[in-house]
Design a protein around this ligand. Structure first.
Ligand code: G6P
Ligand code: MN
Length: 452
């Protein structure tokens, strides 16, 4: 099997390669092609992966090649991972800063920041999808590029069901709940999770046919002992009768998180920009001993994970992240399980971003949603699910309407459509604010020059 990673110089690539190194089964990925526009990032990443291969001692480590030629990277690929960041972390920092200056949430994927990120990413991924359809028509495309929901939907216009979006947050949430409930074999639990990317709820967790979630919701001590429980608080979780994805903290505690983000010295994007600048310089420095690039990556990753959503935890009045919440194995394990299920026709159930079809009656068939899917050699098939409660219908449909305006703006190049995208988002509270946001973003991002 051949895997091509678009955005192959990206920081999370070693997670994926690490998972591949642990896979020795028949039909495993044996060749990895890294594609990136930036030669320095590619070189640094190639070193980290070489260190990983050496450290693993595996005789069958997947061969790694790097290229800056997109069509060459795509040709012959069985799987394509799309993990690009249009505008880089500098762009993310601007997305966050400009929104916060306007008094609304500035975050990578949620609210105004996510709309700005979508507006500059959608035209790029549409073109990428066309190139994939031409150069690798039989490849399966796994999208990690954020904002993952709207980006997967844009790519599916070109690639249909051959593109599947993934995110680690529902998996992490499901695993934490299963552990708390003492579920012996979490892979056998049925997690009733549904919504959009970064906007979903666990509404039940069935083991042996019985829903165990009510037991958790009734138990204050258990609720206060894991990340989402601490973020939202026992009372609010009981009011909802569900456990929301951690990203819903930005909605349910919006004013508080906006204030905390405004008061933080630096946005998350700016912190990561500086942190990663240091990492790439260190990993790319010539004449380093074997293992040094991997050690630098590992240190950087640990610091990144420990500080994830720290302002949200501050708002909730909870301390450091727990060891168990830090445990990785999300993102890369979902990707590996997905590839296995498709390549070997090993049936699996995974929470993925796919076209709705008739799963949620409040959305049309083309809308990409995040929901448990049955995966086999024919792709990912969303599993039927109970209707959303009214409060969730409200959020899901209004955010989808904002995403649709992003897709329309990226196709038409119309500023009015872009203003509509910001204004329709439930976390942007005025059309006037939406107009000023667009002016601010257009002045900052060259990737928005197409809007007239
Ligand atoms: C989670 C989300 C990703 C997101 C990341 C941001 O893993 O699922 O979609 O990109 O968090 O984390 P960061 O460390 O970049 O703030
Ligand atoms: Mn995600």
């Amino acid at each position: 099997m051949r895997l091509t990673i678009l955005g192959g110089g990206g920081f999370r690539v070693p997670l994926v390669y690490g998972a591949l190194l642990g896979d020795h089964a028949e039909g495993r990925v044996s060749r990895v092609t890294l594609y990136d526009e930036d030669p320095a990032r590619l070189a640094a990443m190639a070193r980290v992966l070489a260190d990983q291969a050496a450290a693993s001692g595996a005789a069958d480590a997947p061969e790694v090649t790097a290229t800056r030629d997109l069509d060459e990277a795509l040709r012959g690929a069985d799987f394509v991972f799309s993990a690009i960041r249009v505008g880089g972390l500098e762009g993310r920092a601007a997305d966050e800063r400009i929104a916060l200056a306007e008094g609304v949430l500035g975050q990578e994927t949620v609210g105004a920041g996510g709309i700005a990120y979508g507006l500059r990413t959608v035209p790029v991924v549409r073109e990428l999808a066309r190139r994939i359809a031409r150069s690798a028509p039989d490849a399966w495309v796994i999208n990690f590029t954020n904002p993952a929901g709207v980006v997967t939907e844009a790519m599916s216009e070109e690639l249909g069901g051959r593109v599947i979006g993934i995110c680690d947050s529902p998996v992490g949430l499901g695993r934490r709940i299963a552990r708390l409930l003492g579920v012996a074999r979490p892979q056998e639990a049925w997690i009733d999770y549904v919504g959009l990317n970064h906007l979903g709820w666990v509404r039940g967790l069935r083991v042996g046919g019985r829903d165990e979630l009510p037991r958790l919701l009734a138990d204050d001590a258990a609720l206060e002992s894991f990340e989402e429980g601490r973020l939202f608080g026992a009372e609010w979780l009981r009011s909802l009768g569900a456990i929301p994805n951690e990203y819903l903290h930005y909605y349910y505690f919006n004013r508080d998180t906006v204030r905390a983000y405004q008061e933080a010295g630096q946005t998350r994007g700016a912190f990561l920009r500086d942190q990663q600048r240091g990492f790439y310089a260190e990993a790319g420095r010539p004449g380093q001993p074997a293992g040094a690039a991997l050690a630098a990556w590992d240190r950087t990753r640990a610091e990144r994970e420990a500080t994830y959503m720290s302002e949200n935890r501050e708002v909730a009045g909870v301390g450091e992240r727990e060891e168990s919440d830090l445990e990785s194995g999300g993102y890369e394990q979902v990707a590996l399980a997905l590839m296995r299920a498709i390549a070997r026709d090993e049936r699996a159930t995974l929470i993925l971003n796919v076209r709705n079809g008739s799963t949620l009656s409040v959305l049309d068939a083309e809308a990409v949603i995040e929901v448990p899917c049955l995966v086999d050699a024919n792709g990912a098939h969303p599993v039927s699910t109970a209707p959303l409660p009214l409060h969730a219908v409200g959020l899901v449909t209004s955010v989808k309407a904002a995403e649709r305006a992003v897709l329309a703006a990226a196709a038409s190049g119309s500023r009015a459509d872009a203003v509509k995208a910001f204004a329709l988002h439930p976390l942007v509270d005025s059309v006037g604010v939406a107009r000023r946001l667009l002016d601010g973003y257009a002045a900052e991002h060259p990737g928005l020059a197409y809007l007239r």
